[in-house]
Design a protein around this ligand. Structure first.
Ligand SMILES: NC(=O)C1=CN([C@@H]2O[C@H](COP(=O)(O)OP(=O)(O)OC[C@H]3O[C@@H](n4cnc5c(N)ncnc54)[C@H](OP(=O)(O)O)[C@@H]3O)[C@@H](O)[C@H]2O)[C@@H](O)CC1
Ligand SMILES: Nc1ncnc2c1ncn2[C@@H]1O[C@H](COP(=O)(O)OP(=O)(O)O)[C@@H](O)[C@H]1O
Ligand SMILES: [K+]
Length: 506
């Protein structure tokens, strides 16, 4: 499903009106009716007294249309114009005049003078994709009063105050239980905290052809079931040929684990096996290999030169590099720890191997320690799987700066570095080197626990080793990882979920 920016949405509106010839008022009528239908579906015949907060732009005009349809359905509707509508122009003025003749009841908002107990719910038609910066003047005041009223709020297109492109919230911002996104969902509705402020997001067609988004070059998508099956080939990938053997499904090398973080290696290796690859070799410091023998009986262990404390510092890059021969992919980083000179070590592995590579955790930190100058593009593909803290180190930003515009950041970073980038956290985003971005919707907060990321790295490595394209491996890996979390959370309380459960439910 396409995900658009405010600018893309305006362009899609314009193309539909000017090139296809659908009048703007028709789109508006479709939009307002769709909002009314969704509010009616949510509120039923129990909550029938609705206040509609109307701004002066097209978002407000959509709200007036919705008010008409709700009144027709038997609701008791009241328009609250945020400013005196007598000066309004264009389609807002058209809708205002229709409201007079319809008639709809209306009043002009006076701060502090609204008796909110008159309503069972509110429709937020204050600001949409034409909004700039934090809501000002009476817009700010009415948003604060509406939130404080405790009434359920349904937002038209986006909650007013939301940054439609990033998902960050201006002060104040409407907190809705339902958002009816018109024509396409917006980036800001798909990333937190915007996703929280939006409540349930329902996308309704309003007459803008879906194919127009493709023509315009919209390249951000949510991972729906359709996207997974038809475009990413999830179903096809899951079917294993009857005459296959372990050699058919690739051999993965994992460099992971050290004395205090041996579990990271265990989880990564187990996840790789459950992810379907034929053979897994786990390289680990010699001292910890003894105690771990048998913990993952399906994997082959490759004990490495030990630093005397179960760490990696004594392993020369030249000892790891030959192990990549005959392997279809490598995962490097989970639980490896850090040591003096590890950045150069990592750089040697980067330069001197030609297996597809998944870099996670300490592998990412080793890269970040060399500064923000991009490393040369490898011959074989690279997938980086940072959480926001690791991403901040890689990009030379603060974590807050990373989170402020996750989609914009990953798209630019993946293109600049020529890598596939998986920025983890609720609504993980995946960017490809050629400019596509996918937003994942599976997963839950039960997965916010140490070890979940190690499982993801092993799973993505497993898919790469099976020959999937890096884009497919990253997208399918993230989707299945979250789906496993959701299946586990359906069987037990999410607080009790463990990283090991993710593997069981893959
Ligand atoms: N045919 C179409 O185009 C279709 C459009 N559709 C609908 O239109 C919506 C977009 O409408 P839009 O472009 O008119 O902008 P909108 O979000 O209503 O508000 C802009 C107004 O608010 C003001 N304003 C801005 N920022 C502000 C702030 N921070 N604080 C206070 N005021 C602020 C700004 O005034 P200004 O500051 O410029 O004087 C301007 O007048 C879209 O989300 C969808 O619902 C659908 O019906 C489908 C067909
Ligand atoms: N609230 C959440 N909703 C969905 N997924 C989550 C949530 N919190 C964490 N996750 C997922 O769990 C994993 C955690 O990875 P990471 O932070 O690297 O943990 P660790 O390094 O401890 O294994 C990521 O895939 C992340 O997207
Ligand atoms: K709105």
């Amino acid at each position: 499903m396409y995900v658009v920016t405010a600018e893309e949405m305006r362009e899609l509106d314009r193309l539909t009106i000017e090139q296809i010839g659908i009048p703007s008022l028709v789109l508006m009528e479709n939009a307002g009716r769709a909002v009314a239908e969704e509010v009616f579906r949510a509120a039923g015949t129990g909550r029938t007294r609705w206040g509609v907060l109307v701004g002066k732009g097209n978002n407000g005009a959509d709200g007036v249309v919705a008010a008409r349809h709700l009144q027709d359905a038997g609701y008791d509707v009241q328009l609250l114009y945020v400013e005196d509508p007598s000066l309004w122009k264009g389609e807002s003025a058209v809708q205002r005049d229709i409201a007079v003749h319809y008639p709809l009841r209306s009043e002009v908002y006076v701060p502090g003078a609204v008796d909110w107990s008159r309503f069972d719910g509110l429709i937020d038609a204050l600001l949409g994709t034409g909004s700039r910066g934090a809501p000002r003047g009476p817009y700010a005041a009415i948003i604060e009063e509406a939130n404080a009223s405790g009434l359920p709020i349904a937002a038209v297109d986006i909650p007013s105050g939301l940054n439609a492109n990033t998902g960050s919230l201006n002060k104040p911002c409407i907190h809705a239980f339902l958002t009816v996104a018109l024509a396409f969902t917006k980036r800001g509705l798909e990333q937190f905290p915007g996703a929280e402020a939006a409540g349930q997001v329902i996308v309704r067609r309003i007459g803008i052809p879906g194919g127009l988004a493709d023509k315009l070059g919209v390249s951000t998508f949510t991972l729906t079931a359709e996207e997974m099956d038809e475009k990413q080939g999830l179903d096809a990938f899951r079917k294993r040929r009857s005459d296959s053997h372990k050699g058919s499904f690739g051999h993965l090398l994992i460099a992971a684990g050290s004395r205090t973080m041996s579990g990271a290696g265990v989880l990564c290796t187990r996840a790789a096996i459950h992810g379907g690859c034929g053979l897994v070799t786990w390289a680990l410091p010699d001292r910890i290999s003894g105690p771990l023998t048998g913990l993952v009986p399906e994997a082959m262990l490759q004990p490495m030169e030990d630093n005397g404390h179960g760490g990696w510092s004594a392993v020369a890059a030249e000892q790891l590099i030959p192990l990549t021969e005959g392997k279809e992919a490598m995962v490097l980083g989970p639980g490896m720890g850090r040591w003096d000179g590890d950045t150069l070590w990592m750089r040697a592995v980067w330069d001197q191997t030609d297996v597809p590579l998944v870099v996670d955790a300490d592998g990412l930190n080793m890269m970040a320690s060399s500064g923000t100058k991009p490393w040369p593009t490898r011959k074989a593909p690279v997938i980086l799987t940072p959480h926001p803290g690791e991403m901040a180190r890689l990009a030379g930003l603060t974590t807050a700066e990373v989170q402020a515009d996750r989609i914009g950041l990953v798209r630019a970073f993946a293109a600049e570095r020529g890598v596939t980038l998986v920025l983890k956290g609720a609504r993980t985003v995946i960017a490809t080197p050629d400019g596509k971005v996918y937003i994942n919707r599976t997963g839950n907060s039960g997965m916010a626990k140490g070890g979940s990321g190690d499982v993801l790295a092993g799973l993505i490595g497993s898919l790469l080793a099976q020959g999937l394209h890096p884009e497919q491996a990253a997208v399918i890996g993230v989707f299945l990882h979250g789906q496993a979390g959701d299946r586990a959370a359906a069987d037990k309380p999410s607080y009790a979920l463990t990283a090991s459960d993710l593997i069981t439910y893959l």
